[in-house]
Design a binder for this molecule. Structure first.
Ligand code: NAD
Ligand code: WQD
Length: 345
Protein backbone atom coordinates (compact mmCIF):
# COMPACT_ATOMS: atom_id res chain seq x y z
CA UNK A 1 0.00 0.00 0.00
CA UNK A 2 1.28 3.46 -0.86
CA UNK A 3 2.12 5.45 2.22
CA UNK A 4 1.55 9.14 2.82
CA UNK A 5 3.53 12.16 1.69
CA UNK A 6 5.99 13.53 4.23
CA UNK A 7 7.50 17.01 4.24
CA UNK A 8 11.13 16.88 5.34
CA UNK A 9 12.51 20.29 6.24
CA UNK A 10 16.30 20.43 6.06
CA UNK A 11 16.14 17.24 4.00
CA UNK A 12 19.35 17.84 2.07
CA UNK A 13 21.27 18.16 5.36
CA UNK A 14 23.22 15.46 7.13
CA UNK A 15 20.55 13.67 9.17
CA UNK A 16 17.72 14.75 6.87
CA UNK A 17 19.23 13.12 3.77
CA UNK A 18 19.73 9.78 5.54
CA UNK A 19 16.16 9.97 6.83
CA UNK A 20 14.76 10.68 3.36
CA UNK A 21 16.37 7.44 2.14
CA UNK A 22 14.80 5.44 4.99
CA UNK A 23 11.38 7.08 4.48
CA UNK A 24 11.52 6.13 0.80
CA UNK A 25 12.54 2.58 1.68
CA UNK A 26 9.48 2.38 3.94
CA UNK A 27 7.22 3.50 1.08
CA UNK A 28 6.63 7.13 2.01
CA UNK A 29 6.81 9.77 -0.67
CA UNK A 30 8.93 12.72 0.32
CA UNK A 31 9.06 16.39 -0.46
CA UNK A 32 12.09 18.25 0.85
CA UNK A 33 12.26 21.92 1.68
CA UNK A 34 15.74 23.31 2.23
CA UNK A 35 17.29 26.73 1.73
CA UNK A 36 20.71 25.10 1.11
CA UNK A 37 22.26 27.31 3.81
CA UNK A 38 24.22 24.31 5.07
CA UNK A 39 23.88 21.72 2.31
CA UNK A 40 24.13 21.19 -1.35
CA UNK A 41 21.60 20.37 -4.06
CA UNK A 42 23.79 17.47 -5.28
CA UNK A 43 22.68 15.58 -2.17
CA UNK A 44 19.51 14.83 -4.16
CA UNK A 45 21.65 12.88 -6.64
CA UNK A 46 23.14 10.84 -3.79
CA UNK A 47 19.68 10.05 -2.43
CA UNK A 48 18.50 9.04 -5.91
CA UNK A 49 21.54 6.80 -6.46
CA UNK A 50 20.72 4.93 -3.24
CA UNK A 51 16.94 4.64 -3.46
CA UNK A 52 16.29 5.00 -7.17
CA UNK A 53 13.77 7.73 -6.33
CA UNK A 54 14.44 11.45 -6.62
CA UNK A 55 12.56 13.23 -3.85
CA UNK A 56 10.60 16.35 -4.76
CA UNK A 57 12.59 19.40 -3.75
CA UNK A 58 11.61 22.96 -2.97
CA UNK A 59 14.43 25.41 -2.42
CA UNK A 60 13.01 27.87 0.07
CA UNK A 61 13.39 29.16 3.60
CA UNK A 62 11.10 27.81 6.31
CA UNK A 63 11.09 31.19 8.04
CA UNK A 64 9.25 32.49 4.94
CA UNK A 65 5.63 31.64 5.72
CA UNK A 66 4.45 32.52 2.20
CA UNK A 67 6.91 30.05 0.71
CA UNK A 68 5.53 27.40 3.05
CA UNK A 69 1.95 28.28 2.12
CA UNK A 70 2.86 27.88 -1.56
CA UNK A 71 4.41 24.52 -0.77
CA UNK A 72 1.29 23.27 1.01
CA UNK A 73 -0.83 24.54 -1.89
CA UNK A 74 1.33 22.58 -4.31
CA UNK A 75 1.35 19.44 -2.12
CA UNK A 76 -2.07 19.34 -0.41
CA UNK A 77 -1.60 15.68 0.61
CA UNK A 78 1.24 16.16 3.14
CA UNK A 79 0.37 14.06 6.20
CA UNK A 80 3.52 14.35 8.29
CA UNK A 81 6.45 16.68 8.81
CA UNK A 82 9.96 15.99 10.04
CA UNK A 83 11.57 19.25 11.03
CA UNK A 84 15.35 19.07 10.69
CA UNK A 85 15.78 22.63 9.37
CA UNK A 86 17.78 24.59 11.91
CA UNK A 87 21.11 26.28 12.42
CA UNK A 88 23.23 23.98 14.56
CA UNK A 89 26.71 25.35 15.28
CA UNK A 90 26.98 25.86 19.03
CA UNK A 91 29.89 28.36 18.84
CA UNK A 92 28.26 30.42 16.10
CA UNK A 93 25.06 30.61 18.15
CA UNK A 94 26.98 32.35 20.94
CA UNK A 95 28.21 34.96 18.43
CA UNK A 96 24.92 35.36 16.56
CA UNK A 97 22.10 34.52 18.97
CA UNK A 98 19.38 36.36 17.08
CA UNK A 99 20.13 34.40 13.91
CA UNK A 100 19.68 31.17 15.88
CA UNK A 101 16.50 32.19 17.70
CA UNK A 102 15.00 33.60 14.50
CA UNK A 103 15.88 30.68 12.25
CA UNK A 104 15.15 27.81 14.59
CA UNK A 105 12.05 29.19 16.31
CA UNK A 106 10.37 30.91 13.36
CA UNK A 107 10.82 27.75 11.28
CA UNK A 108 9.09 25.68 13.94
CA UNK A 109 6.29 28.19 14.60
CA UNK A 110 5.54 28.59 10.89
CA UNK A 111 5.21 24.84 10.50
CA UNK A 112 3.01 24.46 13.59
CA UNK A 113 0.83 27.32 12.36
CA UNK A 114 0.22 25.74 8.97
CA UNK A 115 -0.27 22.13 10.06
CA UNK A 116 -3.89 22.39 11.24
CA UNK A 117 -5.27 24.28 8.22
CA UNK A 118 -3.46 21.88 5.88
CA UNK A 119 -4.58 18.68 7.54
CA UNK A 120 -1.10 17.56 8.60
CA UNK A 121 -1.40 14.84 11.25
CA UNK A 122 1.96 15.00 12.99
CA UNK A 123 5.38 16.56 13.33
CA UNK A 124 8.65 14.94 14.37
CA UNK A 125 11.09 17.41 15.87
CA UNK A 126 14.90 17.11 16.04
CA UNK A 127 15.91 17.87 19.58
CA UNK A 128 19.19 17.11 21.28
CA UNK A 129 20.82 15.62 24.34
CA UNK A 130 22.09 19.16 24.86
CA UNK A 131 18.85 19.74 26.83
CA UNK A 132 20.27 17.53 29.63
CA UNK A 133 23.40 19.69 29.98
CA UNK A 134 25.94 18.02 32.31
CA UNK A 135 23.83 15.22 33.78
CA UNK A 136 24.04 14.25 37.46
CA UNK A 137 23.51 10.61 36.52
CA UNK A 138 24.27 8.60 33.34
CA UNK A 139 22.69 7.20 31.30
CA UNK A 140 20.05 9.92 31.02
CA UNK A 141 16.41 8.99 30.63
CA UNK A 142 13.66 11.17 29.20
CA UNK A 143 12.79 12.05 32.80
CA UNK A 144 16.27 13.35 33.64
CA UNK A 145 16.26 17.03 34.55
CA UNK A 146 16.49 19.62 31.81
CA UNK A 147 19.42 21.91 32.68
CA UNK A 148 19.79 25.60 31.94
CA UNK A 149 21.02 25.85 28.36
CA UNK A 150 24.66 26.83 27.95
CA UNK A 151 24.30 28.22 24.41
CA UNK A 152 21.63 29.99 22.36
CA UNK A 153 21.58 26.90 20.11
CA UNK A 154 20.80 24.64 23.08
CA UNK A 155 18.22 27.13 24.26
CA UNK A 156 16.43 27.02 20.89
CA UNK A 157 15.99 23.26 21.41
CA UNK A 158 14.58 23.75 24.91
CA UNK A 159 12.25 26.54 23.80
CA UNK A 160 11.18 24.52 20.76
CA UNK A 161 10.22 21.60 23.00
CA UNK A 162 8.18 24.00 25.15
CA UNK A 163 6.48 25.58 22.14
CA UNK A 164 5.48 22.16 20.80
CA UNK A 165 4.21 21.09 24.22
CA UNK A 166 2.11 24.24 24.59
CA UNK A 167 0.68 23.93 21.08
CA UNK A 168 -0.27 20.28 21.58
CA UNK A 169 -1.77 21.07 25.00
CA UNK A 170 -3.86 23.81 23.43
CA UNK A 171 -5.75 21.07 21.61
CA UNK A 172 -4.03 21.22 18.23
CA UNK A 173 -5.48 18.69 15.77
CA UNK A 174 -2.14 16.89 15.32
CA UNK A 175 0.49 14.92 17.24
CA UNK A 176 4.18 15.39 17.83
CA UNK A 177 7.23 13.28 18.57
CA UNK A 178 10.29 14.97 20.01
CA UNK A 179 13.51 13.03 19.36
CA UNK A 180 16.55 13.85 21.47
CA UNK A 181 19.63 12.78 19.53
CA UNK A 182 22.93 12.03 21.20
CA UNK A 183 26.00 12.32 18.92
CA UNK A 184 25.08 11.30 15.36
CA UNK A 185 28.10 10.03 13.41
CA UNK A 186 29.05 8.08 10.29
CA UNK A 187 27.55 8.02 6.82
CA UNK A 188 25.39 5.87 4.60
CA UNK A 189 27.27 2.59 3.88
CA UNK A 190 27.06 3.34 0.15
CA UNK A 191 29.14 6.52 0.75
CA UNK A 192 26.65 8.34 -1.50
CA UNK A 193 25.58 10.71 1.29
CA UNK A 194 27.23 11.86 4.52
CA UNK A 195 28.16 14.87 6.59
CA UNK A 196 29.53 17.91 4.75
CA UNK A 197 30.97 20.27 7.34
CA UNK A 198 31.49 23.89 6.44
CA UNK A 199 35.06 25.12 7.00
CA UNK A 200 37.11 23.78 9.91
CA UNK A 201 35.02 21.06 11.59
CA UNK A 202 33.96 21.73 15.15
CA UNK A 203 32.76 18.17 15.72
CA UNK A 204 34.96 15.21 16.47
CA UNK A 205 34.32 12.74 13.65
CA UNK A 206 34.75 15.10 10.69
CA UNK A 207 37.90 16.39 12.37
CA UNK A 208 39.17 12.82 12.71
CA UNK A 209 38.45 11.88 9.09
CA UNK A 210 39.91 15.14 7.74
CA UNK A 211 43.05 14.57 9.81
CA UNK A 212 43.28 10.96 8.67
CA UNK A 213 43.15 12.04 5.03
CA UNK A 214 45.69 14.82 5.56
CA UNK A 215 43.52 17.94 5.31
CA UNK A 216 44.33 18.75 8.97
CA UNK A 217 47.74 18.18 10.49
CA UNK A 218 46.58 16.74 13.77
CA UNK A 219 43.53 16.37 15.92
CA UNK A 220 43.44 18.26 19.21
CA UNK A 221 41.91 16.14 21.96
CA UNK A 222 40.26 18.60 24.31
CA UNK A 223 41.38 17.39 27.73
CA UNK A 224 42.64 14.15 29.26
CA UNK A 225 42.20 15.22 32.86
CA UNK A 226 38.46 14.62 33.25
CA UNK A 227 37.38 12.22 36.00
CA UNK A 228 36.68 9.47 33.44
CA UNK A 229 38.56 6.16 33.07
CA UNK A 230 41.02 7.52 30.43
CA UNK A 231 40.60 11.21 31.25
CA UNK A 232 38.85 12.17 27.99
CA UNK A 233 35.18 13.10 27.64
CA UNK A 234 32.50 10.46 27.11
CA UNK A 235 29.69 10.60 24.53
CA UNK A 236 27.03 8.38 23.03
CA UNK A 237 27.94 8.08 19.33
CA UNK A 238 24.96 6.93 17.32
CA UNK A 239 25.12 5.75 13.72
CA UNK A 240 23.27 8.17 11.45
CA UNK A 241 21.44 5.43 9.54
CA UNK A 242 20.23 3.89 12.81
CA UNK A 243 19.12 7.37 13.81
CA UNK A 244 17.34 7.89 10.49
CA UNK A 245 15.41 4.64 10.93
CA UNK A 246 14.05 5.85 14.26
CA UNK A 247 12.34 8.72 12.42
CA UNK A 248 10.44 6.25 10.25
CA UNK A 249 9.29 4.35 13.34
CA UNK A 250 8.24 7.62 14.98
CA UNK A 251 6.33 8.68 11.86
CA UNK A 252 4.61 5.29 11.52
CA UNK A 253 3.51 5.42 15.14
CA UNK A 254 2.34 9.02 14.99
CA UNK A 255 0.28 8.53 11.84
CA UNK A 256 -0.99 4.99 12.34
CA UNK A 257 -1.05 3.98 16.00
CA UNK A 258 -4.12 5.19 17.89
CA UNK A 259 -2.21 4.53 21.11
CA UNK A 260 0.36 7.21 20.28
CA UNK A 261 0.06 10.05 22.79
CA UNK A 262 -0.46 13.58 21.46
CA UNK A 263 3.16 14.29 22.39
CA UNK A 264 5.92 11.77 22.95
CA UNK A 265 9.62 12.22 23.71
CA UNK A 266 12.37 9.71 22.98
CA UNK A 267 16.10 9.57 23.58
CA UNK A 268 17.92 8.31 20.50
CA UNK A 269 21.24 6.90 21.57
CA UNK A 270 23.01 3.58 21.88
CA UNK A 271 23.05 3.33 25.66
CA UNK A 272 26.87 3.14 25.62
CA UNK A 273 29.29 5.83 26.62
CA UNK A 274 32.50 5.91 24.56
CA UNK A 275 35.43 8.19 25.33
CA UNK A 276 37.12 10.43 22.79
CA UNK A 277 40.34 8.37 23.05
CA UNK A 278 38.41 5.11 22.66
CA UNK A 279 36.74 6.53 19.58
CA UNK A 280 40.08 7.44 18.00
CA UNK A 281 41.33 3.89 18.72
CA UNK A 282 38.19 2.37 17.21
CA UNK A 283 38.61 4.51 14.09
CA UNK A 284 42.26 3.47 13.72
CA UNK A 285 41.65 -0.23 14.19
CA UNK A 286 38.53 -0.26 11.98
CA UNK A 287 40.17 1.56 9.07
CA UNK A 288 43.86 0.81 9.53
CA UNK A 289 44.49 4.55 9.18
CA UNK A 290 46.39 6.54 11.83
CA UNK A 291 45.00 9.72 13.31
CA UNK A 292 47.82 11.99 14.53
CA UNK A 293 46.60 13.72 17.68
CA UNK A 294 47.80 15.75 20.62
CA UNK A 295 46.22 16.38 23.98
CA UNK A 296 45.36 20.02 24.55
CA UNK A 297 43.39 21.89 27.22
CA UNK A 298 39.71 21.42 27.84
CA UNK A 299 37.24 23.12 25.47
CA UNK A 300 35.13 25.72 27.27
CA UNK A 301 31.59 24.56 27.84
CA UNK A 302 32.25 20.87 27.13
CA UNK A 303 30.14 18.31 28.93
CA UNK A 304 32.32 15.79 30.80
CA UNK A 305 30.17 12.76 30.13
CA UNK A 306 26.75 12.06 28.75
CA UNK A 307 25.12 9.00 27.31
CA UNK A 308 21.53 8.06 26.82
CA UNK A 309 19.18 5.39 28.02
CA UNK A 310 17.29 4.47 24.82
CA UNK A 311 15.05 1.83 26.42
CA UNK A 312 11.87 3.88 25.95
CA UNK A 313 12.49 4.07 22.18
CA UNK A 314 13.57 0.40 22.16
CA UNK A 315 10.33 -0.65 23.77
CA UNK A 316 7.70 1.70 22.35
CA UNK A 317 9.08 2.37 18.88
CA UNK A 318 10.57 -1.11 18.47
CA UNK A 319 13.81 0.52 17.43
CA UNK A 320 17.40 -0.09 18.44
CA UNK A 321 20.72 1.43 17.39
CA UNK A 322 22.66 -1.71 16.59
CA UNK A 323 25.36 -0.78 14.07
CA UNK A 324 28.76 -1.63 15.58
CA UNK A 325 30.91 1.45 16.18
CA UNK A 326 33.69 -0.01 14.00
CA UNK A 327 31.29 -0.21 11.03
CA UNK A 328 30.22 3.37 11.69
CA UNK A 329 33.85 4.50 11.66
CA UNK A 330 34.45 2.66 8.37
CA UNK A 331 31.42 4.43 6.88
CA UNK A 332 32.73 7.83 8.00
CA UNK A 333 36.09 7.03 6.41
CA UNK A 334 34.55 5.76 3.16
CA UNK A 335 32.57 9.01 2.93
CA UNK A 336 35.72 11.10 3.49
CA UNK A 337 37.47 9.11 0.75
CA UNK A 338 34.48 9.67 -1.57
CA UNK A 339 34.71 13.43 -0.97
CA UNK A 340 38.38 13.26 -1.95
CA UNK A 341 37.60 11.15 -5.04
CA UNK A 342 35.07 13.77 -6.14
CA UNK A 343 37.57 16.56 -5.51
CA UNK A 344 35.34 18.16 -2.88
CA UNK A 345 37.91 17.97 -0.08
P1 NAD B 1 22.51 20.09 8.80
O1 NAD B 1 22.97 21.50 8.91
O2 NAD B 1 23.31 19.14 8.01
O3 NAD B 1 21.03 20.06 8.21
C1 NAD B 1 20.09 21.10 8.42
C2 NAD B 1 19.53 21.49 7.06
O4 NAD B 1 18.55 22.51 7.26
C3 NAD B 1 20.59 22.06 6.13
O5 NAD B 1 20.47 21.39 4.88
C4 NAD B 1 20.23 23.53 5.99
O6 NAD B 1 20.54 24.03 4.71
C5 NAD B 1 18.75 23.51 6.27
N1 NAD B 1 18.17 24.72 6.83
C6 NAD B 1 18.60 25.45 7.90
N2 NAD B 1 17.78 26.48 8.12
C7 NAD B 1 16.79 26.41 7.18
C8 NAD B 1 15.65 27.18 6.90
N3 NAD B 1 15.33 28.27 7.61
N4 NAD B 1 14.86 26.83 5.87
C9 NAD B 1 15.16 25.75 5.10
N5 NAD B 1 16.23 24.98 5.34
C10 NAD B 1 17.04 25.30 6.35
O7 NAD B 1 22.28 19.56 10.29
P2 NAD B 1 22.01 18.09 10.82
O8 NAD B 1 23.22 17.65 11.54
O9 NAD B 1 21.46 17.24 9.75
O10 NAD B 1 20.92 18.39 11.90
C11 NAD B 1 19.53 18.26 11.63
C12 NAD B 1 18.74 18.63 12.88
O11 NAD B 1 19.14 17.79 13.96
C13 NAD B 1 18.97 20.06 13.36
O12 NAD B 1 17.74 20.55 13.85
C14 NAD B 1 19.96 19.90 14.48
O13 NAD B 1 19.85 20.93 15.42
C15 NAD B 1 19.50 18.58 15.08
N6 NAD B 1 20.57 17.88 15.82
C16 NAD B 1 21.76 17.62 15.20
C17 NAD B 1 22.76 16.97 15.91
C18 NAD B 1 24.11 16.72 15.28
O14 NAD B 1 25.06 16.48 16.03
N7 NAD B 1 24.25 16.72 13.96
C19 NAD B 1 22.54 16.58 17.24
C20 NAD B 1 21.31 16.85 17.82
C21 NAD B 1 20.32 17.50 17.09
C1 WQD C 1 32.58 15.40 21.07
C2 WQD C 1 33.77 15.22 21.98
C3 WQD C 1 34.98 17.23 22.49
C4 WQD C 1 36.45 18.02 18.48
C5 WQD C 1 27.86 18.91 19.95
C6 WQD C 1 26.81 19.88 20.41
C7 WQD C 1 25.58 19.15 20.83
C8 WQD C 1 25.10 18.19 19.75
C9 WQD C 1 26.20 17.36 19.22
C10 WQD C 1 23.41 19.22 18.40
C11 WQD C 1 33.89 16.33 23.03
C12 WQD C 1 35.84 16.25 21.70
C13 WQD C 1 35.81 17.43 19.55
C14 WQD C 1 37.87 18.05 18.46
C15 WQD C 1 37.91 16.89 20.55
N1 WQD C 1 24.60 18.88 18.61
N2 WQD C 1 36.53 16.88 20.57
N3 WQD C 1 38.54 17.48 19.49
O1 WQD C 1 30.33 18.65 21.98
O2 WQD C 1 29.35 16.34 22.26
O3 WQD C 1 28.13 18.02 21.00
O4 WQD C 1 27.32 18.16 18.86
O5 WQD C 1 22.47 19.25 19.12
O6 WQD C 1 24.61 20.10 21.12
O7 WQD C 1 27.32 20.61 21.51
O8 WQD C 1 30.16 17.03 20.01
O9 WQD C 1 31.69 16.32 18.23
O10 WQD C 1 31.90 18.67 19.16
O11 WQD C 1 32.59 16.74 20.56
O12 WQD C 1 38.57 16.40 21.46
O13 WQD C 1 38.49 18.58 17.54
O14 WQD C 1 34.96 15.30 21.19
O15 WQD C 1 35.73 17.86 23.49
O16 WQD C 1 34.35 15.74 24.21
P1 WQD C 1 29.56 17.53 21.42
P2 WQD C 1 31.61 17.22 19.40
Amino acid sequence: MKKERILVTGGTGYIGSHTVVELQAAGYSVVIIDNLSNSNVEVLDGIERISGIRPDFVQADCTDINALKDLFAKYPDIKGIINFAASKAVGESVEKPILYYRNNLNTLMNLLDLMGPNGVKGIVFSSSCTVYGEPDVNPVTEQSPIKTATSPYGNTKQISEEIITDVIRSGAPFKSVILRYFNPVGAHPSAEIGELPNGVPQNLIPYITQTAIGIRKELSVFGDDYPTPDGSCIRDFINVVDLAKAHVKAMDRMLEDPEAEPIEIYNLGTGNGVSVLELINTFESATGVKVPYKIVGRRTGDIEKVWGDPSHANKVLGWKADTPLADTMRSAWAWQCKLRERGIM
